[in-house]
Write a protein that binds this ligand. Structure first.
Ligand SMILES: C[S@@+](CC[C@H](N)C(=O)[O-])C[C@H]1O[C@@H](n2cnc3c(N)ncnc32)[C@H](O)[C@@H]1O
Length: 310
């Protein structure tokens, strides 16, 4: 198992996702002799997991069953242990597209945080690209190194435990893209620029302009997932009907779901309804192009960070 390559069969040492439901998943490390407790009973790693196909149903000791899933960056993002705020897939999808990431890309990122974005970058740039990720919090950097090892992606990533604003990325002129998710991105722009290939919100934007970046734009990605449900809608009142034969013809033309109910005052139909609740602000994404070459730098500012610089 690796986060960048699919395997068929679960093996000792693999990280897998136990799927109990869309709102209930747990990542576990498979170890012979170990057991995992779920609400459907115990899963015994040696007999229930090792040798099973990824995606299969596994019956727990109380008779209920779970799916055992191959890990992906998307599943990891919703299951990882949070050490920091993280980026979610709506933002990550746009970042990947707008930074033009692809197999072979060399990418710089800071901070590593909980590694949510890092895993998606790694899957995209594999098998020949490289991620240089900088995190100044020692335990977070150590934990990231350990997770990358367990997820079999260490060969694609270098983790540096240092302050990106002071020490940069330790590379010059080789990065295809730089991503900054730190409280003071403007302080790292000189390092970002020198890490990138060839020459070429406010304080951050000023700094980008000062460094000659072009095509600067900031966007916020908000996802509204609509529910499909059956609703009863009131029929409009057009006043007294002139010809009752016409109205019964209209009713017979409607499908079963749409037949007006008693008294012709409402109609039942299937429709998409907007969410009552939705995930709020996650980040502002600022993109800028380094002149003369097709390169991008991206910065993410959380609302609090933006407010702090206003
Ligand atoms: C919001 S988190 C990053 C989350 C990450 N993008 C993810 O998706 O999991 C910000 C991280 O940047 C680190 N950080 C802040 N300032 C830094 C700096 N100057 N140099 C390196 N790391 C820094 C923090 O320790 C924190 O772990």
């Amino acid at each position: 198992m690796s986060f960048v390559e699919y395997s068929e069969i679960i093996q000792e040492g693999d990280v897998i996702i136990i799927f109990l439901g869309h709102e209930s998943m747990m990542p576990i490390k498979v170890q012979s002799g170990a057991q995992t407790q779920t609400r459907y009973g115990v899963i015994r790693h040696s007999s229930d997991l090792i040798g099973q196909r990824f995606g299969s149903k596994v019956t727990c000791s109380k008779g209920g069953w779970v799916y055992v899933l191959h890990p992906t960056p998307e599943l990891w993002t919703v299951n990882l242990p949070h050490r920091t705020q993280i980026l979610y897939t709506t933002d990550i999808a746009n970042i990947t597209l707008l930074l033009d990431l692809k197999p072979g890309s060399v990418v710089c990122e800071s901070g590593t945080g909980s590694g949510s974005l890092s895993h998606s970058i790694l899957r995209t740039i594999a098998p020949t690209g490289h991620l240089h990720t900088v995190e100044f919090h020692a335990q977070r950097a150590e934990k990231a190194v350990q997770e990358f090892k367990e997820h079999k992606v260490s060969h694609l990533v270098t983790v540096r435990n240092q302050d990106v604003c002071k020490d940069g990325f330790n590379i010059t002129g080789i990065a295809d893209a730089v991503f900054l998710d730190i409280p003071s991105p403007w302080e790292a722009i000189t390092h970002a620029k020198s890490a990138m290939k060839r020459k070429g919100e406010i304080r951050t934007l000023d700094s980008l302009l000062d460094h000659g970046f072009e095509e600067i734009c900031t966007l916020e990605v908000l996802l509204r997932v609509h529910d499909v449900r059956t609703v009863t809608l009131p029929l409009p009142d057009f006043g007294p009907e002139e010809d009752s034969a016409d109205s019964s013809q209209v009713a017979s033309d409607l499908s079963q779901d749409e037949v007006p109910n008693t008294g012709n005052t409402s109609v039942i139909c299937r429709t998409a309804t907007p969410p009552r609740e939705m995930a709020g602000h996650t980040g502002y994404l600022t993109f800028a192009t380094k002149p003369q070459v097709d390169l991008f730098i991206i910065l993410s500012l959380t609302l609090s960070r933006l407010l702090s610089v206003l």
